[in-house]
Design a protein around this ligand. Structure first.
Ligand code: NAD
Length: 296
């Protein structure tokens, strides 16, 4: 059993903290939302009155926060001055690579081991303990983090040094955003040309157009496995989160002077979709937006 402070008990963190408690760890949970704290308590966590209180006496600290500015604030205000040096720090939030590297540098200077460990998988995977973690940090920090992450996920992959977990996450999601749009517009074209979507799926899912967006997450209702398309694009991976990840990818592309025209187009289309009714839809719901607007 490890004493673990868990900060950020929202849609994702709530289920992750519960899984750590279920695995027998002593979890001291904190969130600025009373409601989130109450839910964590009901799922076997101890609750703390502040982030600083949660990290006192913890052997590891896990954070699952909205964005880079929250991560920087929580580590600066709550963690670095109140956790014991040597404590293992794991940030599972999706944030920009630069902030991840700079917080990891600060952690190292203060004697902490730290990994960035963003996740692939949504709320259901967080609750079910089937997330995939992409981890950046030293070999030693990764080996210490592995058993904690395994209690919350099905796969834990070392992506390299600090920040590389975030780099893997945004590169994967840039590819996912672009392939989802390509899959959606292709189904729209197939239909316009008189192809039955199921027949096109049967052909393309076994041909060279196949992708995860088609065979595991088909955006057409009633075609392929059950997906958010079958529930009017409710649940799943919300379009604003895809937009967030595409923005992070484009910032990273600019900072590293890398040309990513498909990523840029995907970002623009998701921005348009989110601004025009997609803010509560799964990201595959962009198929309906594309049918209405195309690339305008
Ligand atoms: P969320 O907004 O539901 O949860 C974030 C929680 O952090 C909230 O409960 C908020 O009150 C809390 N918080 C904010 N500032 C705090 C502070 N200073 N101290 C303590 N608590 C604080 O977000 P989420 O959907 O759980 O996502 C968390 C992270 O996971 C994000 O970085 C997101 O991009 C990433 N992610 C989300 C999904 C998803 O499907 N929701 C999938 C993969 C990755």
């Amino acid at each position: 059993m490890t004493t673990i402070a868990f900060i950020g008990l929202g849609n994702m963190g709530g289920g992750m903290a519960a899984n750590l408690a279920k695995a027998g760890h002593d979890v001291a949970a904190f969130d600025i939302s009373e409601e989130a704290l109450g839910a964590a308590k009901a799922k076997g966590c101890r609750t703390a009155a502040s982030g600083a209180e949660a990290v006192k006496g913890a052997e590891a600290v896990v954070t699952m926060l909205p964005a880079g500015k929250h991560v920087r604030a929580v580590y600066t205000d709550d963690v670095f001055d109140h956790a014991e040096p040597g404590t293992l720090l794991l940030d599972c939030s999706t944030i920009d690579v630069d902030t991840a590297r700079s917080v990891a540098d600060q952690a190292a200077a203060k004697g902490f081991a730290m990994v960035d460990a963003p996740v692939s998988g949504g709320i259901a995977a967080a609750e079910g303990g089937t997330l995939t973690f992409m981890v950046g940090g030293t070999d030693e920090a990764f080996e210490r983090a592995r058993p904690i992450l395994e209690a919350m996920g099905k796969a834990v992959i070392h992506a390299g040094d600090a920040g590389n977990g975030q780099a893997a996450k945004i590169c994967n999601n840039m590819l996912l955003g672009a392939t989802m749009i390509a899959t959606c517009e292709t189904f729209n074209l197939a239909e316009a040309l008189g192809l039955d979507p199921q027949v096109f799926y049967d052909i393309s899912s076994q041909a060279s157009g196949q992708s995860w967006s088609m065979t595991s997450y088909c955006p057409v209702p009633g075609v392929g496995p059950e997906t958010p398309a079958d529930k009017d694009y409710a649940g799943g991976f919300q379009a604003p989160l895809m937009l967030k990840d595409l923005k992070l990818a484009m910032e990273a592309a600019e900072a590293s002077d890398t040309r990513t025209p498909m990523g840029a187009k995907a970002r623009a289309l998701y921005e348009h979709f989110v601004g025009e009714g997609g803010e509560r839809k799964d990201f595959s719901g962009i198929i309906e937006f594309l049918a209405r607007h195309g690339g305008e």
